[in-house]
Ligand binder design. Structure first.
Ligand code: ASP
Ligand code: MG
Length: 425
């Protein structure tokens, strides 16, 4: 029996009862003969509450201090969890990210892990302890300041430690039973996926699925660490995310044609109206956006009106970057040479993901038919080899997701999708 890394999210350790329940699970894994490293998130909504608190004392808290504050959340849960495990008669030691050897760059609030040197964790395990590690945090190689990895970063901590410790598996415990074919909060008949490839999981994550963060899956793929996403509230098998299909009993799980439907209502659309239809225009618009360090998602250019030689260019971006993008474009208005800007944050994106669409004709047609049968109007379209995405009105998203889910035969026969905890905040 080898080493397992388990990660418990905020909803799993939301209160004392939750911490005691998680402690029992960890001890069980230890009793089964594993060496166990448990990575924890802050309790419940602690991180949000700390951010609210920071904003009450300063509208723009300094990144360094915000990181110092936020990492306290994970410290609370790691210490409590170690105490709860000791209370069950097993030895446990808790470690901050820095003590666990999580080395990052120096970008506060969204640092990247550049190295993991888990010597202390290894020693602690070899002494027979269960090691508890605070997720979402590290220490900057250059400045030696404490950093955080960005919201939801504990998953990345877990995968990074699993890679550095050469773990058998990284188990991510959450408040649903695994990765579903759609968000179970929206689609009651969403089905739990038994196995999904890293590639399809990456597309789902970048299309708005929140179970796993893109960065965490990317890391797992790079080091080929299998992830098992499962619930800390039930004993069920969850979803395996790995490079090769898993074996279930004596049968091999097959690659599905369509893995799932993801949706995202966190984006806004900017339309640059009245752009001269000549070379270099798109370049200067998107250079302006890039210089403001804003990531964009979809881009569409309309055909230009013959009479005026003007065209419109629309693109989507995170709502949180909307103000910054508008300001940057307005500032360069005369240099770029457009008429006006339109900003729309009442949009949503629906994406169909699956490697099987490469070899199955008609997927795109079926997708658009399902949307039209549901009376949903499409505003933008973009595709990759294994994904089709459309932008619609935000209000249409739940209905559209359900319609597409049904059209592709993804509905389960039972209402198996249970959401155990979490406020979705
Ligand atoms: N506590 C942090 C957050 O809420 C990190 C995590 O949960 O993974 O974003
Ligand atoms: Mg959290």
């Amino acid at each position: 029996m080898g080493l397992v890394v388990q990660k418990y999210g905020g909803s799993s350790v939301a209160d004392a009862e939750g911490i005691k329940r998680v402690a029992k699970r960890i001890v069980e894994a230890k009793k089964n003969g594993h060496q166990v490293v448990a990575v924890v998130s802050a309790m419940g909504d602690t991180t949000d509450e700390l951010i609210d608190l920071a904003e009450q004392v300063s509208p723009m808290p300094a990144g360094r201090e915000l990181d110092m504050l936020l990492t306290a959340g994970e410290r609370i849960s790691m210490a409590l969890l170690a105490m709860a495990i000791k209370n069950l008669g097993h030895s446990a030691q808790s470690f901050t990210g820095s003590q666990a050897g999580v080395i990052t760059d120096s970008v506060h609030n969204k640092a990247r892990i550049i190295d993991v040197t888990p010597g202390r964790i290894r020693d602690s395990l070899d002494e027979g302890n269960i090691a508890i590690v605070a997720g979402f945090q590290g220490v900057s190689q250059d400045t030696k300041d404490i950093t955080t990895l960005g919201r939801g970063g504990s998953d990345t901590t877990a995968v990074a430690l699993a890679a550095a410790l050469d773990a058998e598996v990284c188990e991510i415990y959450t408040d649903v039973d695994g990765v579903f074919t759609a968000d179970p909060r929206v689609v009651k008949k969403a089905r739990k996926i038994d196995w999904i490839s890293f590639e399809d999981m990456l597309e789902l994550a970048s299309s708005g699925s929140k179970v796993l963060l893109h960065r965490c899956v990317e890391y797992a793929r790079r080091y080929n660490i299998p992830i098992h996403v499962r619930s800390s509230f039930s004993g069920l098998q969850g979803t395996w995310v790995s490079s090769e299909p898993i074996q279930q009993g004596d049968k091999q799980v097959e690659q599905a044609i369509i893995s799932g439907v993801a949706h995202d209502t966190s984006e806004a659309k900017i339309t640059v109206v009245g752009v001269p239809d000549k070379p270099g225009e798109a370049a200067s618009i998107f250079r302006t956006i890039a210089d403001a360090e804003i990531n964009i998602d979809m881009v569409v250019q309309n055909v230009s009106a013959a009479a005026t030689g003007l065209t419109d260019i629309s693109f989507t971006l995170p709502k949180t970057e909307g103000r910054k993008a508008i300001d940057a474009l307005e500032k360069n208005k005369s240099a770029i040479g457009f008429d006006s800007l339109r900003y729309d944050d009442q949009i949503g994106k629906i994406s169909l993901v699956g490697a099987g669409m490469k070899t199955n004709p008609g997927v795109t047609a079926d997708f658009f038919t399902a949307l039209s049968d549901a009376g949903v109007n499409i505003e933008l379209i973009s595709t990759s080899e294994i994904r089709i995405s459309v932008v619609t009105r935000a209000d249409d998203v739940p209905e559209a997701v359900r319609a597409v889910h049904t059209a592709f035969g993804l509905d389960s026969d039972s209402d198996e999708a249970v959401v155990y905890g979490g406020t979705g905040r």
